[in-house]
Design a protein around this ligand. Structure first.
Ligand code: URA
Length: 257
């Protein structure tokens, strides 16, 4: 091959490289990298075997119990409830509904869960069922804002957040809120507990069937406890007001003894 040919071949090769993006010649002599020995593969540095990550299992009931037991008074319990993040129902609620009425009242009423009005107001029993409850209490001279401390009531719910579509809280949700409710009872220290409807009976008595349970005195946390029909049930079933009146009278008698 004459030098003329070599010149044009070299030039074509150079132009091809420039076209590919080559901008600088690094070495004086060309280096065919395809002809080099492959670089020896460096062994990976020896490392200690990695133990699989142990993901701690969180029990929502244990977390609730620790938070509830650490609360020394009602405001710190309300703060502990508001800070509890393991109940899914909380996600859809506007407010934590903790309690209403007078702490230290002789009667503590436990309902199920806030509805729409309670969620908005951040207070339990302020909607239609709440007005019904106020009328029932007034019939035996009790009230959440009663001027006589002896006739005052204190009101809370098993569930402090409004469940989606007002569904009933399920057994797991009730179980995780129960330590807060038990602590609530201990700190409010009422003389008598009234359970409104099935959900508080399920939570505190481990039983459902309010039609059978209502009107029968039992005990919760060592205190006399009376299950009653829920006021919302009475709004739908006016015939049941008769039994509710019997239960209110029994409550009133108990308060006078
Ligand atoms: N029903 C309940 O059980 N609680 C409320 O606060 C309102 C309605």
């Amino acid at each position: 091959m004459d030098s003329h040919n070599t010149y044009w071949q070299d030039r074509a090769a150079l132009e091809w490289q420039v076209e590919l993006g080559v901008t600088d010649a690094i070495l004086d002599a060309p280096l065919d990298r395809y002809d080099l020995d492959p670089a020896p593969v460096k062994p990976a540095p020896a490392t200690e075997p990695v133990a699989p990550l142990a993901i701690p299992v969180i029990d929502p009931v244990d977390v609730a119990r620790a938070a509830a037991d650490a609360a020394v008074d009602l405001p710190s319990l309300a703060a502990a409830v508001a800070a509890y993040e393991l109940c899914e129902i909380k996600r859809g609620a506007r407010n934590a509904v903790f309690a209403d009425g007078q702490p230290g009242a002789r009667v503590m009423i436990v309902g199920e869960a806030p509805g729409r009005e309670e969620d908005r107001a951040g207070r339990p029993f302020v909607g239609q069922a709440g007005q019904m409850l106020d009328r029932m209490l007034a019939a035996i001279d009790l009230g959440r804002a009663h001027g006589n401390k002896d006739r005052a009531v204190y009101i809370t719910n098993v569930m402090p957040w409004r469940p989606p579509s007002n569904r009933t809280p399920d057994a797991d949700e009730i179980a995780m809120m129960l330590p807060f409710l038990r602590r609530h009872i201990a700190l409010a220290d009422p003389q008598i507990i009234v359970l409104m409807g099935n959900t508080p009976c399920q939570a505190l008595l481990g039983q459902k069937g309010i039609t059978t349970l209502r009107g029968k005195w039992t005990e919760v946390s060592g205190k006399p406890c009376l299950p009653m029909f829920h006021p919302a049930y009475l709004l739908r079933n006016t015939a049941a007001k008769r039994e509710a009146w019997t239960d209110l009278l029994a409550l009133n008698v108990r308060l006078k003894t």
